[in-house]
Each structure stands twice: as C-alpha cells, then as structure tokens.
Design a protein around this ligand. Structure first.
Ligand code: FAD
Length: 292
C-alpha cells in the first residue's frame, strides 16, 4: 500500500525511522528492536540509506524487506542520488520492485565537505531530479525531505519554499521534516510552503535528545535551533544522561501534543534504533490522538 493513501484517512500518520546495522554486525542484530517496534503499530517504518560510502547501503533493502515480510509493517526505503550513477539508481529501483517495496524517500544526500579530497558521483544534481526519475514508474510512491528552518546551505525562506514546491512538481507525494525543537519553525514552514503552492502532506520529524554531545553534533549538521527551555534542560542534566533523556523525552512529548493540537499531517519519530523511545512515545501519542 502506498504511504500517500494513509494521509487520506484524516488522522495523523504516526511513523518511525531506523537505520541499518553495520554490515559486519548482521541484519539479525536489529530483529529484537524491530520486534519491539512492531508492538507500537507504526503506520510505516523508514530505513535510512547511508550515502558517502558508509558500506551499509545494501542493508537498507534487506532491512526494508524484513520490516515488510517478517513484521508486516510498511517500509519506506530511503534512497540518495549522491554516489549513485543513473545506471545504479535504475538497478536499485528494479530491486525494489522485485521486492515489492513501493515507498521510497528520495534524497540528494550530503555532499563531502569542501576540504575533503573524497571523490563522489553526482549524476542527479538535486533530490527533485531523483524524484522525477522514480515518479516515471507509477508503481512507486515518492516521499522527500523538508526543512522547518531551511536546509543548512539555504540562504532564505523563499528559497526553501521554492525548492519544496519544485519537489512536489517533480512528483513527491509527501514530505518528512528534518528534526526540529521549536514547533513555531515547523508551523512557519507549513504556512510558507502552503502559501507558495505546496499541497502535499508535511510530516513533523521529532528526535528526543540522547546526550549533550549528540545534540551538539546534530545542530551543526542540520542547523536546527535550540529553544532556551531545552538549553536549560541540557545545562541542568548535562552529565546525568539518564535524567537528561527523561527530561528530553518529556520535551519531545510536549512538542508532539502541540503538533497534534495544530492538526499536523503526521509525526515521524527518529528512534535512533532505541525501541524504548518509540514505546513510550507511541503509547502517549495514541492516547493524545484518541482524546482529540
Ligand atoms: P535537495 O532537495 O536536493 O536540496 C539540497 C540543497 O540544494 C538545498 O540547499 C536546496 O536548497 C538546494 N537546491 C535544491 N534544488 C535546487 C535547485 N534547483 N537549484 C539550486 N539549488 C537547489 N541523508 C542520507 O545520506 N541518508 C538518508 O537516509 C537520509 N535521510 C533523511 C531523511 C530526512 C527526513 C531528512 C530531512 C534528511 C535525510 N538525509 C539523509 C539528509 C539529506 O540527504 C541532506 O539533508 C542533504 O544535504 C539534502 O538532501 P535533500 O534531499 O533535501 O536535497
């Protein structure tokens, strides 16, 4: 079933993201996690695709297939165009069809840092070019990324909304957002995107903080801002990881309550392969949804 059809049921779509285990660890190392994620009954589970030669790409298809076959959950297979030739993309799409995986999140992928000497392939310049390629085959449903605070290399909000509209025009059926900690940024993006003509569902991506080091790395990678309330939490519990995780999960739940109250199209939880986060969050979300 195509993910695009889920949004028509007029309820927030609740989904999860996982990443494949390292190739040498073996796929079965994530089965226990998936078993626990299955219990929370997500509408779909997305599987990241490691751009930049991380060596885990072929595990994405294997994991997406396991999610579908072993756990009976809809998988969303991420796919990046950086480091894949057009021919390689065709091969991957053929493999996805063969495996009956119809939902693909089409991304550009991160480019190597300017100072890097790493060589890389970029036959499709932007995500929109990959979206258009996948959309040629009506068997696929194509999702893409959106950025509540703009992509880190973008200069203005107008550029952000313009490129989002280009992705929709290329064939994107829905969008999942970059993680954010300030809901007002998400609402501003939704308003700006709708004003620019974007009509497809915009799903909010939420990630509870695991540690001070993790959040520092994330904000510099994706440019998400930290509201002072969250900075104060990190300051208060900085060295006490257990308390910090509890407090930041509460913060994420507050974010979600507010998003649901604003009638968001969906919430996508970045699980970081930690099922306990998904269990607590989904139990809470389902209660919230049944109350609204
Ligand atoms: P694009 O939409 O192509 O945008 C990239 C940049 O190009 C932006 O600055 C944009 O403004 C600019 N741009 C776009 N179109 C044009 C144009 N026509 N002219 C000029 N400039 C243009 N990365 C992974 O490697 N693997 C993953 O599994 C993965 N999953 C992700 C999931 C989500 C929900 C999100 C939000 C991101 C994910 N990423 C992943 C990260 C993503 O690959 C990076 O953020 C990447 O830098 C941009 O990807 P994109 O698809 O948004 O690219």
């Amino acid at each position: 079933m195509k993910i695009s059809t889920l949004f028509k049921a007029n309820q927030p779509v609740l989904s999860l993201e996982v990443f494949p285990p390292k190739k040498e660890s073996g796929l079965e190392t994530i089965y226990d996690t998936l078993h626990q994620l299955q219990a929370v009954k997500p509408d779909f589970i997305s599987v990241t695709y490691g751009a930049g030669g991380s060596g885990v790409n072929n595990q994405t298809l294997a994991l997406a297939t396991a999610i579908k076959e072993r756990y009976g959950i809809k998988p969303l297979h991420h796919l990046t165009c950086v480091n894949n030739t057009k021919e390689e993309i065709q091969t991957i799409l053929a493999e996805l069809k063969e495996a009956n995986i119809e939902n693909v999140l089409a991304l550009r992928g991160d480019l190597p840092q300017e100072e890097s000497t790493q060589t890389f392939v970029q036959e499709y310049a932007y995500a929109k070019d990959l979206i258009a390629e996948i959309d040629k085959d009506p068997a696929f449903c194509v999702g893409s990324a959106c950025y509540p605070e703009g992509h880190i290399s973008q200069a203005s909000d107008e550029e952000n909304y313009h490129h989002l509209l280009e992705k929709e025009q290329a064939g994107a059926d829905f969008f999942i957002s970059q993680l954010f900690f300030d809901n007002d940024c998400f609402y501003k993006m939704v308003e700006g995107a709708r004003h620019a003509g974007v009509t497809k569902p915009l799903v909010a991506g939420i990630m509870p903080i695991l540690s001070q080091a993790q959040v520092q790395k994330m904000i510099f990678m994706c440019g998400s801002s930290l509201p002072s309330k969250l900075i104060k939490l990190i300051y208060r519990y900085g060295d006490d990881v257990t308390e910090l995780r509890k407090a930041s999960l509460d913060y994420a739940l507050e974010q979600m309550t507010d998003l649901l109250a604003h009638g968001v199209d969906g919430v996508h939880l970045y699980t970081m392969n930690r099922p306990e986060i998904a269990t607590k969050t989904f139990e809470y979300l389902r209660n919230e949804v049944s109350r609204t």
